[in-house]
Ligand binder design. Structure first.
Ligand code: GLA
Length: 394
């Protein structure tokens, strides 16, 4: 990426043009890539994502009233709202919620921060830009939400509690945007630790940084396909998991093991059985992955990533032809220890663990093989584990 594309530079320059003065603060919130633990978060399970060096940035100057003026640089669109007008709105099922009105995200954040004995907010003049690829399974929307929350923290000076912020941002997504997503994206975006992946227990929301071997690189492979209206398929998977938990007599699939599932197999809809088999297996794979990483066993971690993909493909059925093609291309390339789709699925990105020594050969071979198989031009980026959202030195 050239310096001219750096969103941090772009928001600072655009702020001066737009408001005629230097911004008082610069905030940043990262996208994320999930290494393993897919569709487990809303089952009270375990996930192992890492915050990316791709992020949403806001240059801002606080205001003394409740007005938020925001220029979305990537869209060349301006929006204004008053925090007092950001009231609860149930947009569930609204087909315009995802693409319509980017300003809904900042408004949702203002609502969620104020809701239920929340914070008293003051507004700000700001410029927003992001280099997190959109709708690619890298949490571009959580990055924007957290950047807006960090901007409000600067203008309103409330205490920044990572778990509370993540919970509020999840509610913004659930109640305002209308996707019943789990807590993973918001929590790793808030609590990510530079240089580490983050194990999250999605029941008690405790987190633990997990080291990645310096000999390996995490590569994000973008299929250049974008998921369509993923909301309905996502919400459907979630209900199937809840049905399985009810049949098993547990609060969430987190509480079940393989033996318990086999014991009720006959009574379960075969589809619901497969969904549950994925979640139960995936939770165990996350715990095994953490053990492997902490023991420096990268190859074992890679094999768990492979197994995760197969389970997502066949049991949970959230992969796609393009995702399967790029995962196959990655696995056949030099130095690949494992590869899987990442995020909600149906399009977007995969992630691979690659021996650093083989990185250049991996990147060209995987890109070429994917183009040959799919006719598409994928984009590969080597990801650096980064810190969670907050104020950046301006
Ligand atoms: C999306 C959701 C997350 C999580 C993943 C699947 O990214 O926002 O909460 O459920 O899908 O693992």
């Amino acid at each position: 990426m050239s310096a001219g594309d750096d969103p941090r530079e772009r928001v600072a320059r655009a702020f001066e043009r737009e408001y005629g003065g230097r911004p008082e603060a610069l905030v940043r919130a990262p996208g994320r890539v999930n290494l393993i633990g897919e569709h487990t978060d809303y089952n009270d399970g375990f996930v192992l994502p890492m915050a990316l060096d791709r992020a949403a940035w806001i240059a801002l100057t606080p205001r003394s009233d409740g007005v938020v003026r925001l220029l979305a640089l990537d869209l060349s669109q301006r929006g204004v709202f008053d925090v007092a007008s950001a009231r609860r709105r149930d947009a569930r099922g609204d087909p315009h919620a995802e693409q319509g009105g980017w300003l809904e995200y900042p408004r949702a954040v203002a609502w969620a921060l104020q809701d239920g004995g929340g914070h008293t907010l003051r507004g700000f003049d700001g410029v927003l830009a992001s280099d997190v690829p959109r709708a690619a399974g890298l949490s571009s929307s959580a990055a924007v939400e957290l950047a807006v929350a960090a901007a409000f923290q600067v203008s309103s000076a409330f205490v920044w509690d990572e778990v509370d912020i993540a919970r509020r941002m999840q509610r913004a997504e659930n109640h305002w945007v209308g996707v019943a997503s789990g807590i993973m994206d918001q929590l790793v975006g808030a609590a990510g630790v530079a240089g580490y992946a983050l194990l999250i227990d999605c029941r008690d929301l405790s987190t633990r940084p997990v080291p990645l071997s310096a000999d390996c690189a995490v590569v994000v492979l973008d299929t250049a396909t974008r998921r369509g209206l993923v909301g309905s398929a996502y919400n459907e998977r979630r209900s199937q998991c809840e049905a399985a938990a009810r049949a098993l007599g547990v609060a969430a699939l987190r509480d079940a093991d393989g033996a318990a599932l086999e014991a009720v197999r006959e009574a379960l809809d075969p589809l619901v059985y497969r969904r549950a088999r994925h979640v139960i297996g995936e939770n165990q794979r996350v715990l095994d992955a953490v053990e492997a990483l902490e023991a420096g066993a990268s190859a074992a971690f890679g094999r768990l990533m492979d197994a995760s993909h197969e389970s997502l493909r066949h049991d949970f059925e959230v992969s796609s032809e393009a995702l399967d093609a790029i995962v196959a291309a990655a696995r056949a390339a030099p130095g690949c220890l494992g590869a899987r789709m990442t995020g909600a699925g149906f399009g977007g990105c995969a992630v691979a663990l690659v021996e650093r020594a083989a990185l250049p050969a991996f990147l060209s071979a995987a890109a070429e093989a994917y183009t040959r198989a799919s006719g598409r031009q994928g984009e590969l980026l080597v990801a650096t584990p980064s810190a969670g959202a907050g104020i950046a030195a301006s």
